[in-house]
Design a protein around this ligand. Structure first.
Ligand SMILES: [Zn+2]
Length: 69
């Protein structure tokens, strides 16, 4: 599913992760990464990692246990 980031306006896509959570990723570019286990994978960067405004939407979803700002 594609959309736009509410913070910075970038084009993003929503990917459903293996545990059923939705995560925004940058639409491009595709990156080749190597996991710590030595697996080579192709994918895109989490938009949480690249967005300047990530702080704005952090805490709304998965990760709001005990971390109030
Ligand atoms: Zn953004």
């Amino acid at each position: 599913m594609s959309g736009k980031c509410k913070g910075c306006g970038a084009n993003i896509e929503w990917i459903v992760t293996g545990n059923g959570k939705r995560m925004p990723v940058d639409r491009a570019p595709y990156l080749t990464i190597v996991t710590d286990d030595g697996e080579v994978k192709r994918g895109r960067a989490s938009h949480f990692a690249t967005c300047k405004f990530a702080d704005k939407f952090r805490g709304k979803g998965a990760n709001n246990a005990g971390n109030r700002v």
